[in-house]
Ligand binder design. Structure first.
Ligand code: BTN
Length: 239
């Protein structure tokens, strides 16, 4: 085991899911912050019960840190903004932006996925998948067009990306702890795509269409429908 940027790091050849391993480890964690990675995942999972196709060479990592689950709504913004910033540091003129609640889009395609889960001992597990070398093709199983860093001309491997990401995450996390959600919300909105434009949101109950008016101070999506601004807690956004 190694410590990187204050995180105790364990790398495995193969795991069912790095989130499961991190959850397991949080039962008797010896470090306050730890990160688990794997070269391969056999049962990578995504949001809302979906599968996360895990191609070798891509990054599968789970960060574990002690935080009450009530903070998850804000934490998503800390995590996704740090992903955007890490990629932009590697290629400053890249076409990159953010889509609510937690997607990072490069050239309009999804480059990464984030899955927050609760574990024991007040730990939150932040599962992050980054398409470093390969992206799955859009078919019936995929909701969005995917992209990879290698297709976008960003030279990184899974380990160099993880190290750069942990550094950036630490910076954003400290900003959040010291100054609250507002500066992160502002930065997130600066990089959000389709702000003040028409979007569709697929929730568990229905599909809604309206104008994307930003996010509130808890990270909920603000959707203007027939002149009224409604808040949406969970859903998938389409353009
Ligand atoms: C999404 O649906 O967009 C979220 C995908 C999250 C995938 C990552 S890969 C590492 C970690 N382990 C998992 O099983 N899922 C997350």
């Amino acid at each position: 085991m190694e410590t990187i940027c204050g995180w105790q790091w364990s790398d495995y050849d193969i795991l069912s899911s790095t989130n499961d391993k991190a959850k397991d480890m949080s039962k008797n964690a010896s470090a306050e912050r730890f990160v688990v990675t794997a070269k391969q995942q056999t049962k990578g999972r995504g949001r809302r019960g979906r599968q996360w196709i895990s191609r070798e060479g891509n990054l599968f990592m789970s960060l574990a840190l002690p935080l009450p689950i009530a903070k998850a709504g804000e934490l998503i913004f800390v995590v996704s903004l740090a992903l955007l910033e890490t990629i932009r540091q590697m290629k400053p003129n890249i076409d990159i932006n953010l889509k609510w609640p937690n997607d990072v889009l490069v050239n309009g395609g999804k480059i990464s996925g984030i899955l927050l889960e609760k574990a024991e001992g007040e730990y939150i597990i932040i599962g992050i998948g980054v398409n470093i070398v390969a992206s799955p093709k859009l078919d019936g199983n995929l909701l969005y067009q995917a992209q990879s860093l290698s297709d976008a001309g960003v030279a990184a491997d899974r380990i160099s990306f993880m190290k750069a990401y942990l550094l950036q995450f630490n910076r954003n996390f400290s900003l959040w702890q010291e100054e609250g959600f507002a500066p992160l919300q502002e930065q997130w909105l600066k990089n959000a795509c389709r702000l003040n434009e028409t979007i569709q949101v697929r929730t568990e109950k229905n599909v809604r269409e309206g104008i994307f008016r930003g996010v509130d101070d808890q990270g909920m999506l603000l959707l203007e429908e027939q002149g009224i601004i409604n808040k949406i807690y969970a859903g998938d956004v389409f353009f």
